[in-house]
Design a protein around this ligand. Structure first.
Ligand code: NDP
Length: 328
């Protein structure tokens, strides 16, 4: 029987999500990879419990995480109903809908029909009574934004979720959704964009909107799926994501400028960090993000990544050195 570590809240930092009442662990764990039907269930349990022992309170799902789509929610539900059951009130569990999930015209995008049906399916698969955060996973160019906003607002008002988030929305779309939701009395609390040293697009407008609107942010792929670690510096290791996932192909590794990664690795070493840790310190610098949403294939990666929080802040000189490498 699992008993959570008594010191779990000692090391982690908790950051306020925008101007809401919600705080998130500075490091959160996503279940996109390694929690589907082909993963090892024991490894999943070990990852969730070791993350929680380290103070990670936020776990992120989506309707389509697998493979097969939905299986990550099922596996997480199994873990919740057994191992993690006593800790539900200490957890922030999110899911999303926005990508293709079932056949026909109602299984994708952002209609009221799709979002509410998908939320109900996710509740069934996880066995949860409610989600803490429900996200629209990507903007829908066809459905009126008012309809999507009203569906998200209904999901909160009906008790299926506590907070609303969006993901992959542009600055303009975020502002529009934020204004609509505020008008409905169910504010937009969080945005989930991609952000890492190799993809800084949110610095060009989105972060300004988020700060102005008081919306928190959680960065997905903060390690660029593993590219921002030392693991690909000498080829593609067995069992790595680039060897086994359609989302990070060997070509993507080949097309990455590994001399830049090696140079970043050297800066990290000078700081006494691994590159993975420095990539997380960098993303969290200056307090603009609420949390970094890491993935992992084993508990030791989670421990290494959470240790990024014990390092000193990056200095102006180190940040300039990193910028010089990235701009080369
Ligand atoms: P990361 O960029 O953190 O990549 C995680 C992968 O990097 C791990 O699976 C592991 O890969 C490798 N890794 C992690 N830590 C280390 C380490 N210390 N040393 C070496 N390798 C390491 O994040 P993800 O790409 O997994 O995305 C994180 C989460 O973001 C997802 O689970 C999901 O919740 C969310 N997400 C949201 C999206 C959206 O559209 N909203 C899109 C994509 C993700 P390996 O298997 O090689 O060991």
């Amino acid at each position: 029987m699992y008993k959570a570590a008594s010191e779990r809240y000692g090391k982690m930092k908790y950051r306020r999500c925008g101007r809401s009442g919600l705080k998130l662990s500075a490091v959160s764990l996503g279940l996109w990879h390694n929690f589907g039907s082909s993963g090892s269930y024991d490894n999943m349990v070990n990852m969730i419990t070791s993350a929680f022992d380290l103070g990670i309170t936020h776990f992120d799902l989506a309707n389509n995480y697998g493979p097969y789509p939905g299986s990550a929610e099922e596996n997480f539900g199994r873990i919740m109903s057994s191992v993690m059951r006593p800790y539900r009130d200490e957890l922030i569990i999110s899911t999303k809908a926005g990508y293709g999930m079932w056949e026909g015209p109602y299984g994708d995008h952002g209609s009221r029909k799709y979002l509410i049906a998908s939320c109900d399916q996710s509740l069934k698969r996880t066995g949860l009574e409610y989600f803490d955060i429900f996200y629209h996973h990507r903007p829908d160019p066809e459905t009126p934004m008012e309809e999507t906003a009203a569906a998200l607002s209904y999901i909160v008002n009906s008790g299926k979720a506590l907070y609303i988030g969006v993901s992959n929305y542009s600055p303009e779309q975020t502002l529009e959704m934020s204004q609509l939701l505020r008008g409905m009395g169910t504010p937009l609390v969080i945005h989930q964009p991609k952000y890492n040293m190799l993809d800084r697009h949110i610095e060009n407008g989105l972060q300004t909107v988020l700060e102005h609107e008081g919306i928190g942010s959680i960065a997905f792929c903060p390690l660029a799926q593993g590219l921002l670690t030392d693991k690909y510096l000498n080829g593609i290791p067995k069992g790595s994501r680039a060897e086994s996932s359609a989302f990070l192909t060997p070509d993507a590794v080949k097309n990455t400028d590994l001399s830049k990664i090696a140079a970043l690795n050297a800066i990290a070493k000078k700081r006494g960090q691994t590159l993975a840790q420095m990539a997380l310190s960098w993303a969290l610098r200056g307090g603009r993000l609420t949390s970094v949403l890491i993935g992992a294939s084993r508990p030791s990666q989670i421990a290494e990544n959470v240790n990024a929080l014990s390092a000193p802040e990056l200095t102006a000189e180190e940040l300039a050195e990193i910028d010089a490498v990235l701009c080369k």
